[in-house]
Design a protein around this ligand. Structure first.
Ligand code: AMP
Length: 426
């Protein structure tokens, strides 16, 4: 496993349950991942101190250990061409190759692709210089999202309510180079109103299998106030689409997407994760990601009933058409506990207590994100620290269970939202 966040802990936890797995390593991993064991052989998962972006070292390690399957969690190694490098060297690896990862690595590419293949998206334009960008923003009365083309640590999107804000955003990215080369071009989209949901589809180059719905909570504070973050909590399923509507959305987006991939010879084997706004005129894709969402993964994998090794293998081998995804009817809720100050600056090294008590609770799993070991103690080491996840017969019970587990855990400065899942119940 490549990566070190909550998503990767959830993937390790689920993969380790598979009878196909005899031994597992995670580069670089975290303190929670290091506590997992493979179900079949009871071997501890070993964390290896290699950065997720050090492709040559990762390749050498995979070759040395004769690893059967490498699974990539984060977007950066995919955009850097990790999958291409491993394949060239005969190593089996799961995730989209560099060309396919463009769906996330370039918003300009994705916007053009969606428009060309008729995937419902926001009205938008692509610009490399400020004057024409501002002209387009004016045509939208400044109500728009200004997006840096490339990967910008999840910070490259500026949502604007008027022309003054739009003008400032355009200048920041194109003139001030706030995101460096990632902002050499921008996409401007009309501002869309509606409920935002996350979709995931597992793909094997020709088939795409849709997951149930989930919803992230991007803002730092209750009631969707505060700054944008990597995600403060999720739940699944959402009540905003029933199964028939979800199938319709899937067809509307995935059918033209697959057709476009075929005609552009894009061999996408991995997770396609479209961000969607349900507008009054129908669903609109606002962006594509090319990997599992974090913290969407935590709620999806606590509901998934399939053997994940078998699913990822089918995705690599192009045999997904034969598989059926099976989901528990239970609802799952993940509450992120973050360091005080996140998403701004925050202290690290705060001792975390109560993890053992939380682990005793039924139908609950505390996924680690920014944690490290300091002697006998587990301490904070990142912005998002833990993803406390519970599942139960309905959303309300799952929410109650997740917050009961959160109450057991303490570290100095801990902050979390108290309203994860509330939108679904109002
Ligand atoms: P993205 O990384 O493109 O998903 O954008 C980050 C966040 O900005 C999204 O989760 C939305 O909340 C918001 N956003 C992006 N594009 C739009 C849009 N066209 N209309 C409204 N909100 C948007």
């Amino acid at each position: 496993m490549i990566g070190s966040g909550g998503r990767e802990h959830a993937l390790v936890w689920k993969l380790a349950q598979s009878p196909h797995v005899t031994q597992m390593w995670c580069a670089p991993g975290n303190a929670g991942i290091a506590q997992e064991r493979t179900s079949k052989t009871e071997k501890p998962v070993e964390c290896v101190p290699i950065s997720a972006e050090d492709l040559p070292k990762l390749l050498a390690f995979a070759q040395e250990q004769k690893i059967d399957l490498t699974v990539v969690g984060p977007d950066n190694p995919l955009a850097l061409g990790m999958v291409d490098l491993f394949q060239k060297n005969g190593q089996r690896i799961w995730g989209p190759n560099q060309k396919a990862a463009q769906f996330e690595a370039s918003k300009v590419f994705s916007q053009g692709f969606m428009e060309h293949y008729g995937i419902p998206t926001a009205r938008g334009g692509t610009f490399a210089e400020a004057a024409s960008a501002k002209k387009f923003a004016e045509s939208l009365d400044g109500k728009c999202a200004v997006k840096a083309d490339g990967l910008a640590l999840g910070k490259g999107v500026l949502v604007c309510a008027n022309m003054a804000e739009a003008s400032k955003a355009i200048d920041e990215i194109l003139v001030g180079k706030a995101f460096g080369a990632a902002g050499a071009k921008i996409v401007i989209q009309e501002f869309l109103e509606g409920v935002e949901i996350s979709l995931h589809a597992l793909c094997d180059g020709k088939t795409a299998k849709l997951f149930p719905t989930s919803q992230d909570h991007k803002r730092a504070l209750d009631g969707d106030k505060g700054l944008n973050t990597g995600g403060m909590g999720t739940y699944s399923p959402t009540p905003f689409l029933d199964q028939a509507q979800l199938n319709d959305v899937g067809r509307l987006i995935l059918a033209p997407w697959l057709k476009g991939c075929m005609s552009k010879e894009i061999d996408f084997r991995g997770i396609l994760y479209p961000g969607i706004i349900l507008t009054k005129n129908g669903p609109r894709v606002i962006e594509f990601n090319a990997r599992f969402g974090d913290p969407e993964t935590q709620v999806y994998l606590t509901r998934l009933e399939n053997d994940l090794v078998e699913l990822l293998s089918a995705s690599v081998d192009g045999t997904l058409g034969r598989m059926e995804l099976k989901w528990s009817p239970m609802a799952s809720v993940c509450v992120v506990m973050a360091s005080g100050g996140y998403p701004g600056s925050y202290a690290k090294g705060k001792a975390i207590s109560g993890l053992e008590d939380a682990a005793k609770l039924p139908n609950t799993k505390v996924f680690h994100a920014g944690t490290a070991r300091a002697g006998e103690q587990i301490v904070t080491s990142g912005g998002r620290v833990l993803g406390v996840t519970s599942w139960a017969k309905d959303l309300k019970s799952a929410q109650r269970a997740a917050y009961a587990a959160v109450e057991k855990i303490r570290f100095e400065g801990a902050q979390f939202r108290r309203d994860i899942g509330a939108r679904a119940m109002n």
